[in-house]
Design a protein around this ligand. Structure first.
Ligand code: ADP
Ligand code: PAZ
Length: 430
């Protein structure tokens, strides 16, 4: 999908790349520009680069009746404010492996996004040379929290539970959002107690995270990509690798301490046998055992930190999760088991883009305060308006999603520009 081109290949495997950035936009974006206008922000992590960019365009598809309804919902009636022309706009979410930053640059260049933004601190010179843009660094934790708060407050079908294969979207009361624990499972794991907008404390973390699964999984299974590793796990049987309680107690539960025979007593405990070598085990089983070990461990540590601060809600983000059912079920099981049902694990649809979205939202600091998020209304992609309560929301990301495939989130944005107040609304999917 991306031009390999003759550009010099960058060896970035050694680059310790961290951070969330929003580009200083050198061009003045006028509201009446007819073509797409993009603001771009990036989160370049240890494993993945996440891009969020905003494009807007004239939107003829919204009829006057719907425009009137939307303005009323936003408290923008012609009576008390100047009339707003309605234009279209979308947020786009794209990711690349960090080692393939050249592809990312090609993508930005091919989309001409750098005319509206884009960049990464560690590659300041590269972005200057290839795209002619300067960059502004944002703090990673600030961006993670800003991105999570933005999504949880503004997008109705963002958070969901996932237990025993059942996914259910939950409606968040924005007046009762705080405090919560945000667990971002990226290359490593950060656990952040969030008390409000810009009010948070990183209370813990663990170095056993997404990079651990991907790194150990690659070494042990020879998988060439994360998706391959994750797909392998779906065909695995961890009982050939993990030592179960029943393996120790003759197939029986250890009821006295509440352990069933099927509970894992020791992850990878069966591979201590000197009668078998790595090649004697199925890569599928190894991948599943590794996924379960890491997911369960993160779920347990997250619960213990929620317990420390009396937090009942734990939101999990980061691209390790990838909307993968087994990963979410395992994390949910660990939280439910250790909290005895007191705490609840929830997941986010835009899980891996929290940092990039937070960087994107920091545009006020960079002279782009003409783009103000007033209210975001996400139209249920199947066309049915959100009616509240528990619903099965839009399908989650597909595991086969290409590294660079954009996921589009339809948003309603207000952009009170000096020259003409404009409400931007995405053209709804029918
Ligand atoms: N296509 C992918 N390529 C590489 N890692 C992926 C991919 N999809 C999911 N992952 C997982 O996501 C982790 C990176 O998550 P992310 O939130 O981007 O953190 P970071 O900011 O450290 O890159 C990887 O370590 C891996 O476990
Ligand atoms: C250093 C990091 C915040 C970087 O974030 P990431 O790129 O992994 O998403 C994260 O890897 C982390 O919190 N690691 C765990 C450090 C610890 O043991 O607390």
């Amino acid at each position: 999908m991306h031009r390999s081109g003759s550009r010099p290949q960058l060896d970035l495997s050694k680059a310790a790349i961290q951070g969330n950035f929003e580009v200083k936009d050198p061009t003045i974006l006028l509201p009446n520009q007819s073509d797409d206008i993009s603001h771009l922000a990036l989160d370049i992590g240890g494993s993945l680069i996440k891009l969020v960019y905003f494009s807007r365009h004239e939107d003829q598809s919204i009829d006057d009746k719907r425009k009137k309804t939307i303005k009323e919902r936003l408290g923008i009636s012609n009576g008390n404010r100047r009339s707003y022309p309605i234009l279209g706009g979308r947020l786009h979410f794209v990711k690349f492996e960090t080692t393939k930053i050249s592809e990312c640059l090609d993508f930005i260049h091919s989309k001409q996004l750098h005319r509206g933004g884009g960049g990464a601190y560690k590659f300041a010179d590269l972005f200057k040379e290839r795209l002619g843009v300067s960059l502004d660094k944002e703090d990673e934790m600030d961006c993670l929290v800003a991105g999570a708060n933005f999504l949880l407050k503004a997008i109705r079908h963002e958070a969901f539970t996932h237990m025993e294969g059942q996914k259910e979207f939950v409606q968040i009361d924005t007046n009762d959002l705080f405090p919560y624990l945000l667990v971002n499972i990226g290359s490593g794991v950060s656990m952040i107690k969030v008390d409000g907008d810009g009010k948070f404390e990183r209370v813990s973390g663990t170095n056993v995270g997404g990079g651990t699964y991907w790194g150990l999984g690659r070494l042990l299974t020879k998988c060439k990509s994360f998706d391959e590793l994750l797909e392998l796990s779906q065909r695995g049987d961890n009982g050939t690798i993990d030592m179960l309680v029943g393996d120790i107690y003759g197939g029986m539960d250890y009821s006295k301490i509440g352990l069933s025979a099927s509970t894992i007593a020791s992850s990878f405990g069966k591979t201590i046998s000197d009668k078998k070598e790595l090649a004697d085990y199925r890569p599928e089983d190894i991948s599943l055992s590794l996924l379960r070990m890491i997911s369960y461990n993160i779920g347990q540590i997250s619960y213990l930190n929620a317990l420390r601060f009396g937090l009942k809600r734990i939101f999990f983000g980061g691209f390790f999760i990838r909307g993968h059912a087994y990963t979410m079920d395992t994390i949910s099981f660990a939280v439910q088991f250790w909290s005895k049902g007191e705490a609840q694990a929830m997941f986010l649809r835009h899980e891996g883009f929290l940092g990039a979205l937070g960087a994107f939202m920091s545009y006020e600091k960079h002279g782009l305060d003409d783009l103000m998020v007033h209210q975001l209304v996400e139209r249920f992609p199947m066309g049915a308006p959100y009616t509240g309560g528990r619903i099965h929301g839009p399908p989650l990301g597909d595991l086969n999603e290409k590294a660079s495939e954009a996921r589009v989130c339809l948003l309603l944005l207000e952009m009170p520009l000096p020259l003409s107040n404009t409400v931007y609304i995405a053209n709804y999917l029918n």
